[in-house]
Design a protein around this ligand. Structure first.
Ligand code: AMP
Ligand code: MG
Length: 386
């Protein structure tokens, strides 16, 4: 799935979250001059011990042009971010000095190099600081801005087709009949695709009929990836797998030992990754986070980001049937100095309301039936809300 992708030049102002497709090098040394990291006095370190008094012969602000060598036996007032004058080799913080008129009294011995970042210490000139495949977060964008790379060649976002299925599903702007439901999965999937760095292409809903499914799946295969919801369970009208097979799909898995999400399937069809996620909304959301989000990373030309698992102390004891790994809607919060997690009451994988209150999923391994309050547990964070 990983490979060269179409790229586009993007302004640093708009490139947040994109994957870089070029190298970025420093345009000069960083810092470009010996930089003071404190407000204080530039000195010759050998001249300063506790009680030394020196004549202050000038001041240097950040941005000032500095060429003159500091005379022996003197000091210069200097500000954070200013260039240290030739001759000086240490900066003493103003807090460790007393000044009377032009005479500065030093309270401590000075060490050579203190409070100075030497020219080139952060990066030499022409050094590669950003590489293709890196995701552009705020720090990476600042780095690009620092070296004057105002436009960045970035991988285009992978286009991810979203197709819901089910005779009972109506568009969200329609009034559902008594036994129909609105297509909430297409909305959550589009949001998850965006969060994962993809561009959602919402194809609407296919009826539980071979022809309609076939047509809409073929449309979806024109994009970089296809995500389906519903129609992958054992029911008589769960036709997605068969339709995909008829289109030549090769299945890599057709079930997963997790709850919610057991019926999830993954296939490659006409060279495109296809995810068949179960239609129950919480199952759809969980399986997207586990399987689709990392695939979108790869399709973006990046490495898959690790899933956001953290450890927390269980706030109340728990009993789950073993055999499948569980991802239970839960809330994580700080209790003193450690995170604590509590599962929420829920009605199973159709319960969107429970997930709306959750900020994480509590992970219960398949071989664990009972976990006591106070035990450590793994938690998959909902990265959109925490
Ligand atoms: P399925 O996986 O097709 O058996 O569907 C499982 C459950 O998820 C059923 O209760 C469906 O009504 C529900 N469901 C299926 N598709 C959607 C959808 N697009 N939005 C909300 N719920 C859905
Ligand atoms: Mg269905």
């Amino acid at each position: 799935m990983r490979g060269p992708r179409a790229t586009a030049a993007v302004s640093v102002w708009d490139a947040l979250g994109l994957v870089l497709a070029q190298e970025v090098k420093t345009d000069r040394e960083y810092p470009p001059f010996d930089r003071s990291t404190r407000d204080g006095y530039a000195v010759r370190a050998v001249e300063v011990t506790s009680g030394t008094e020196l004549q202050c012969v000038g001041e240097i602000k950040a941005g000032d042009v500095v060429t003159k060598t500091m005379a022996v036996g003197t000091c210069v007032q200097i500000m954070t971010g200013a260039a240290v004058p030739p001759g000086a080799d240490a900066v003493v913080m103003i807090e460790h000095t007393q000044r009377i008129g032009d005479v500065v009294r030093f309270e401590q011995v000075a060490r050579e190099g203190q409070n100075i970042v030497r020219r080139g210490a952060e990066a030499s000139a022409g050094r590669t600081i950003l590489t293709p495949g890196m995701r552009l977060g705020f720090a990476e964008l600042a780095l690009a801005a620092q070296v004057g790379a105002a436009q960045l060649q970035c991988a285009k976002r992978p286009r991810v087709a979203i197709l819901s299925t089910g005779d009972e599903v109506v568009a969200i702007d329609q009034q559902p009949g008594e036994f129909q439901i609105r297509n909430s999965n297409s909305v959550s999937l589009a949001a998850q695709v965006r969060l994962a760095g993809g561009e959602p292409v919402v194809l609407g809903n296919a009826a539980d009929r071979v022809e309609d499914l076939g047509e809409k799946i073929e449309r979806g295969l024109k994009e970089d990836a296809l995500v389906l919801s519903g129609g992958v369970s054992m029911g008589k009208y769960d036709l997605v797998e068969n339709v995909l097979k008829a289109l030549g799909a090769e299945f890599h898995f057709d079930a997963v030992a997790i709850r919610p999400g057991k019926p999830a399937v993954f296939a490659v069809c006409r060279g495109k990754p296809v995810f068949g996620l179960p239609g129950n909304p919480v199952s759809t959301m969980v399986t997207f986070e586990l399987f689709v989000a990392p695939a979108i990373d790869l399709l973006s030309g990046a490495e898959a980001r690790p899933l956001p698992f953290v450890e927390a102390r269980l706030g109340e004891s728990l009993h789950e049937k073993s055999g499948l790994a569980h991802f239970l809607p839960a809330r994580i919060a700080w209790r003193g100095t450690t995170p604590e997690v509590k599962p929420l009451r829920w009605q199973g994988s159709g319960d969107i309301a429970a997930l709306g209150k959750a900020n994480c999923f509590l992970f219960v391994p398949s071989d664990k039936e009972n976990i006591d309050a106070g035990e450590r547990a793994s938690v998959l964070l909902r990265k959109d809300v925490v």
